[in-house]
Design a protein around this ligand. Sequence first.
Ligand code: ZN
Length: 287
Amino acid sequence: MPVSLSSSIEMIDTLQFGLPCIGAAYHIYGKRHALIDTGTSHAATRIRERLGSHAPDFIFLTHVHPDHAGASAMLAEAYPEAVIGVHERGVRHLVDPVRINESVRASTGPLADLYGEMFPIPVERIVVLKGGERFDLGKGMRIEVIDTPGHAPHHLCFFERSHRALFCGDALGIWRREMHVPATVPPSFDSEQSLATIKRLAEYQPEYLYLSHFGEVRDAATYIDRYDLLLREWMGRISELHRSFSDEEVIRKVLSAPKFQGLEEPLFLELKMCVRGVLDYLDREAC
Ligand SMILES: [Zn+2]
């Protein structure tokens, strides 16, 4: 069942990696309906079932990683009236996903099948977003678009002011299995931009956060402060190890922390990607 979080917001568990409570899409409804993120291509049928008779008017994508935008082409086809809102830097990947599919296969390794393929969307279905746009959903609800680079250069967050609800994609990390983990995946994680984004999001003073991974957070201010600290610690630890050890050794040392033991395999492999994303960033910065 979808989880109703308020009278106008519900969460759809996309069953990412075939597991519960890993990936979420959100359905917001005033007079018009908006879907935020779609899950992987494997989630298309599930999203359609959960939306039932509520055809979305807008499908907003926080970014074009396949666990967020993977089902967007299938849903665009299923809902011919819906416009697909995406960051200007993500448009080319939606129209022609060949490069992103290759990059996902290269960076996710054994997880590639679970992430699925992305399929092309006709360009005329796309609304290009830069941040600053507003979309009226009726009943006093409005979606404001925020440019939030860092996790990826094509990352956006969406703010619904009447609920003080921030749909933050991966900009504030990953919360799963009672653990807060920095979302620092390859190929284009940028630490400085991420920290600037965290600061910008705090200035919106949201009351509720809706994380793609995973669920609702009610004490938004504390969570945002904690993510700022967590990301700085994560960067500090990996940078320090990076000075003395090979990439493989850094990954092994970081992942040997007791709190990371006993995770399901896909989650452990994803964590490994998050270390690799920081190593890639440090190498880029050193050039
Ligand atoms: Zn992502």
